[in-house]
Design a binder for this molecule. Structure first.
Ligand code: COA
Length: 435
């Protein structure tokens, strides 16, 4: 049968497609802006028909109706990265968080993460019958490979992207043709504090560097501070609006990259409608599975690799907590430590963890004598290199515990320095005499 006949035969309805999901099954769903909203809606509408169905997802952008409390008891949510709309469902009695690096998810699918049914979005097929996975390549291919049933929403408004995120019509069981706009994430204009952090980070970024930028307000502010740089490249987990802006201006051109020269490499894309238009059919951008993009040994092969990520708090030894506030799981590790390690191994590479010096409207110092009890360490004190706040840069790599504490106190908010100095003097049995 040629692929066009096969395509027609596989066209299905959401109701017929979800009939492949049975009690006790595990369903793996598409990530971030590529969440499959039609199937999520159908499942939520029919949630009473299901018992103990495990749903695995990571960040889910936009309205994911399966997360609504009315679905609790029918669907259990398991994830290794939480977002605002999934925190309650995953932390609910029946849900759970599992600590895991993003790069390991493809290998875990079919093993630690069983996958009976895979539900993803893609573009309609091209002339050869291949659908692009669009804005999310990450773990999709792994799930599609092992699932007993593959349900794909072929969305006419999904951007077509290059790289390895392609599936053939023959790999699909149910095709749901559709046309809906992807959910958007709009970055707010950076605050004064965030711009100051961005400027400090930019002093650490040399022309010709290849960058990874993490999630949150800080990476966005860093991108806005790079207007005077030349020949930057991208090898990242996420591709955002700020990156697209520097590509349009020719500042990011990949001309000095040692891997994928001239191409911006990522595993998923999340941002505004303009960003989705920019990446659609853009041959300068390539998406690869996350076990490739986030592999420290691949990352390290980039010359002048610089990773820029954010965190929630840092203790005076340089232990970095990026994913939980005490026992409360806030997000996940994603690729933070993989990029820290990859950048550290890269020739002339650097890793930067950047954060505002305070949280909660200035009432809490993010630099602390001790991490909040229960906080997970995302970047260990042995891996950490540069820590940046609006007050400056502390280079911790190669520094003793005493010098680390001194450097961190120097970039802490002035209101909290006396408290930190008191701890320093108690811990090291000496006066703090640093300017
Ligand atoms: N104690 C108490 N509350 C804190 C806190 C602390 N130490 N640190 C932050 N918060 C609060 C903030 O005040 C804010 O609250 P609000 O929403 O009420 O304003 C909230 O927690 C989020 O903090 P913020 O720093 O604004 O988060 P962000 O959106 O900039 O994201 C991370 C920062 C660290 C959560 C995010 O970068 C992350 O998840 N990192 C880990 C994964 C990663 O680095 N991946 C990299 C590869 S893509």
């Amino acid at each position: 049968m040629n692929w066009k006949d096969e395509y027609k035969k596989k066209i299905s309805t959401p109701e017929r497609a979800i009939a492949d999901i049975h009690d006790g099954n595990c369903v793996v769903m598409g990530h971030a802006a590529a969440s499959p909203h039609i199937i999520q809606h159908a499942l939520a509408e029919h949630c009473e028909d299901y018992n103990d169905v495990l749903i695995f997802h990571m960040t889910t952008l936009g309205e994911n109706e399966c997360l609504h409390p009315r679905c609790y008891g029918h669907f259990r949510h398991v994830s290794n990265f939480l977002s605002a709309n999934s925190r309650d469902a995953v932390n609910h009695l029946e849900g759970d968080f599992f600590p895991a690096y993003f790069k390991d998810v493809p290998e875990m699918i079919g093993d630690e993460i069983p996958c009976d049914v895979a539900v993803f979005q893609a573009t309609p097929p091209n002339e050869e019958g291949y659908c692009s996975l669009g804005v999310s390549c990450d773990y999709a291919l792994a799930a599609i490979r092992v699932a007993k049933s593959v349900i794909i929403e072929t969305n006419e408004l999904m951007p077509f992207t290059y790289g390895e995120g392609m599936i053939h019509v023959s790999q699909i069981d149910h095709i749901i043709p559709c046309a809906y706009h992807l959910p958007e994430l709009h970055a707010e204009a950076p605050s004064e504090v965030e711009m100051a952090i961005g400027r400090h980070c930019s002093t650490l970024i040399a022309d010709g560097s290849t960058l990874q930028l993490g999630i949150g307000a800080i990476p966005n502010a860093v991108l806005q501070s790079l207007g005077d740089k030349n020949d930057l490249g991208i090898h990242s987990e996420m591709f955002s609006d700020g990156v697209a802006d520097l590509m349009r201006r020719g500042i990011i051109n990949g001309s000095r990259k040692t891997m994928h020269k001239g191409k911006a490499v990522a595993t998923f894309i999340m941002g505004s409608r303009e960003l989705y238009d920019f990446v659609d059919g853009n041959e300068d951008i390539e998406l690869y599975p996350v076990n490739y993009t986030n592999d420290p040994f691949i990352i390290a092969q980039n010359y002048r690799m610089v990773s820029i990520n954010s965190c929630l708090e840092v203790d005076l030894m340089g232990q970095v907590a990026s994913e939980s506030i005490g026992m409360r799981q806030y997000s996940g590790i994603g690729g933070q430590i993989d990029f820290v390690r990859g950048a550290t191994m890269s020739r002339e590479g650097k890793s930067i963890i950047a954060m505002p010096s305070t949280a909660a409207g200035g009432t809490i110092s993010r630099i602390k004598p001790f991490l909040t009890p229960g906080a997970a360490v995302s970047t260990t004190r042995n891996d950490v290199n540069y820590i940046v706040t609006e007050y400056g840069i502390a280079r911790l790599k190669g520094r003793t515990l005493k010098h680390r504490a001194e450097d961190l106190i120097r970039i802490a908010h002035p209101d909290f320095r006396p408290m930190l100095i008191e701890e320093y003097e108690r811990r090291f049995c000496c006066k703090y005499e640093v300017d």
